[in-house]
Design a protein around this ligand. Structure first.
Ligand code: ADP
Length: 665
């Protein structure tokens, strides 16, 4: 798996982390702000509730006090009337009953004498309180001369509060009125409904005992206020408790909803953060993938060009731009005819373009002439294929373009060389055969000539016999047939002698060639030395042809040393390996090459020798080039005579050697 395609997830850049952290911070701050706001509202609410509670309690307390003092006033008036008028029993009964009716909390009213003995009680048949209970306040009321409250009690009849009002007659204490107030009824009547809707009101003493209560609400108490109640005193107090209203519940629900929503936002942010992170990872992987594809595209040597279905260029790669010389901006969006089309072949190119766009492009590609922006022509090999997008739809055509100008030029050169080689190899053979032919034909021709001369002499001598002449003509004809045979053989040989390349050991070829010229060299007093440096790799060659080259070089070297002093007549053959080629050098210490000869050295039929043909070196070069090698010369700098030439050639190793078809096909 290519690590470039599956990179490890990169860390989000610091800026993006910051950007991701900001909303989180924002949400936390928002939640804190909302909680603070709710807390502040709650506190204000409590404060307000407390203030309104205190206000309400004070109002209630005032109301109670006002009511009790009203009661006191009415009882005092009754006591005054009883004390000032005759028939106190009647007045008590009459007014007492009226009071009982108007004051609902007045449970019982007693008329007592100065000894504290009950004289009368309203309503009738109700029991009188026992003396010790009010004795203390009796003394107090008597001493002060004004109404006095007793300690509240929780008797079997319910919570009771006593009020003692002294009765004076002509400033003399004559008894008192003892009123018993039912605290429950007092509270029930004096606490209005709206108050009971909001609060629970309790009358308690300092021991926490409850005397009366009124409430219409239920729930959890939130605020509590205790106010001492005087009258009656004695540690009595009014406890008012506020209960949490529905508003608070609604507030709570609201707060919970807000916190819930904030949590939801937080969660969604978290999810978005995860999503962004995974997106960033995917983006980074995509970027790498894109960069990898881009580098692949940029390093492509083949030109790529995409066109839509109308033939408009939608993409070109850098190689295509380099090939045509036009920039991508100049090409993208261009419709046919394209700026790189050859103006001289517009019609043909247009026809090919139509074939491509209609899906009839040659499957194996096609070649076409294009022109670069600078006007220079080049040959392009194009393969067109349909462009299929991610949805599997055919959206255009993708073409890969190869510049095959050099390839075609090399092929043309090779073809020309092949032709030349065929011509020269025939010439070689012809050259070789010419001497053989001359030699072989010499005999029959000489015989024919002598028979012809003999016949002519005979005919001139006048005493010739037809038999003799016929026999001579027969022989002449046989000789002519022999000459014909020789020529046919030569023709056959010429026809068959095509180059045959096969792996061969160059050292062996050199050895064989040396053996052929050794005798001749000895005769001319020439010393041939073969210096081999290292074993050479096998080469792919036509052994006979290479032998011909070597023989020609040896013969030239020997000819060049014709005028050289005898001890300096030496030919040195060296071989070595150079890269993937084998090099053979033949050095002589001969006359060297004057510039005019050097210039025309490889020209056919150029020779400086009286009996030379001048085609040896040109044939040698053709043979070596046919073998994909090089033939060159240079002055022999190591020559002891100070002159001399080195002819050298290379042959590629067998594995690198190209095997052209000898027939050129
Ligand atoms: P030929 O040997 O028939 O003249 P070549 O093509 O082999 O034809 O040689 C052409 C000419 O090149 C020769 O006539 C000779 O003047 C010159 N030449 C070839 N080899 C040598 C050499 N080793 N030293 C000097 N001159 C040479």
């Amino acid at each position: 798996m290519d690590p470039r395609l599956n990179p490890p997830p990169p860390h989000a850049p610091a800026r993006i982390s910051w950007m991701l952290a900001l909303p989180k911070l924002g949400v936390v701050l928002l939640v804190l702000a909302v909680i603070s706001l709710l807390w502040l509202l709650h506190r204000n609410d409590l404060e307000e509730q407390k203030a309104s509670l205190i206000g309400d309690v004070l109002w209630l307390e005032q109301n109670l006090r006002f009511h009790l003092s009203g009661n006191e006033g009415q009882l005092q008036q009754l006591a005054l009337d009883i004390g000032s008028q005759e028939g106190r029993g009647n007045i008590f009964r009459l007014r007492g009953l009226h009071l009982l009716k108007t004051l609902p909390e007045l449970a019982r009213l007693n008329l007592m004498d100065e000894q504290g003995q009950a004289i009368d009680t309203l309503p009738v048949l109700s029991a009188t309180p026992s003396k010790p209970e009010y004795l203390e306040m009796f003394e107090q009321a008597k001493a002060l001369g004004r109404p006095s409250y007793g300690r509240p009690s929780l008797g079997p009849e319910g919570p009771r509060q006593t009020l003692l009002v002294p009765i004076f007659r002509h400033n003399r204490f004559t008894g008192f009125l003892l009123a018993e107030l039912d605290l429950d009824i007092l509270l029930r009547n004096q606490v209005p409904w709206w108050f009971a809707e909001k609060y629970r009101v309790r009358m308690i003493d300092d021991g926490g005992n409850e005397y009366a209560t009124k409430s219409k609400v239920a729930g959890t108490p939130s605020l509590n206020y205790l106010l001492p109640l005087d009258p009656p005193g004695y540690g009595m107090g009014l406890e008012v408790t506020a209960y949490r209203s529905a508003d608070i519940t609604a507030q709570r629900i609201l707060a919970v909803a807000i916190v819930g929503l904030a949590l939801g936002v937080f969660w969604s942010l978290w999810a978005i953060r995860k999503l962004i992170r995974s997106r960033l990872t995917v983006e980074a992987a995509l970027r790498q993938e894109h960069a990898f594809r881009q580098s692949m595209e940029d390093s492509l040597t083949a030109g790529m060009r995409a066109r839509d279905l109308q033939g408009k260029i939608i993409y070109v790669n850098p190689a295509f731009c380099r090939m045509t010389g036009f920039s991508a901006e100049e090409l993208i969006g261009h419709l046919p005819p394209m700026p790189y089309w050859d103006p001289e072949e517009i019609e043909e190119t247009m026809a090919l373009n139509r074939a491509v766009l209609s899906g009839n492009a040659p499957r194996d590609g096609f070649e076409i002439n294009f022109r670069r922006k600078d006007g220079s022509p080049f040959r392009a090999l194009i393969y067109e294929s349909p462009l299929i997008d991610g949805n599997g739809e055919h959206t255009g055509w993708m073409g890969s373009v190869l510049d095959v100008t050099e390839k075609r030029r090399a092929e043309e050169l090779a073809r020309q060389q092949q032709e030349k080689l065929q011509f020269t190899s025939r010439l070689v053979t012809m050259g070789e055969m010419a001497s053989t032919l001359a030699h072989e034909l010499n005999q029959p021709l000489a015989a024919i000539a002598s028979y012809a001369t003999g016949c002519a002499n005979r005919l001139e001598s006048d005493h010739w016999q037809a038999e003799e002449i016929r026999a001579a003509l027969d022989k002449l004809s046989k000789q002519a047939q022999r000459a014909g045979e020789i020529i046919r053989r030569v023709q056959d040989f010429v026809r068959k002698s095509e180059p045959k390349l096969q792996p061969c050991c160059l050292e062996d070829v050199i050895g064989d060639s040396l053996a052929l010229v050794e005798a001749d060299a000895r005769q001319h007093g020439i010393n041939i030395e073969y210096q081999r440096s290292e074993p050479l790799p096998p080469v792919l060659a036509d052994r006979v042809m290479i032998e011909q080259v070597l023989l020609n070089l040896f013969r030239n070297a020997m000819d060049a040393m014709a005028a050289t002093e005898a001890p300096l007549r030496r030919i040195t053959v060296r071989t070595w390996q150079q890269g993937s080629e084998a090099v053979v050098a033949v050095a002589d210490q001969g006359c060297g090459l004057p510039p005019e000869t050097a210039q025309r050295l490889f020209e056919a039929f150029y020779t400086t020798k009286p009996d030379g043909m001048g085609i040896g070196l040109s044939i040698c070069r053709s043979i070596i080039e046919f073998h994909r090698g090089r033939l060159w010369y240079e002055p022999n700098t190591q020559s002891l005579s100070g002159q001399g030439t080195v002819f050298a050639f290379t042959l590629p190793e067998e594995i690198h050697a190209h095997t052209p078809s000898p027939s050129g096909r």
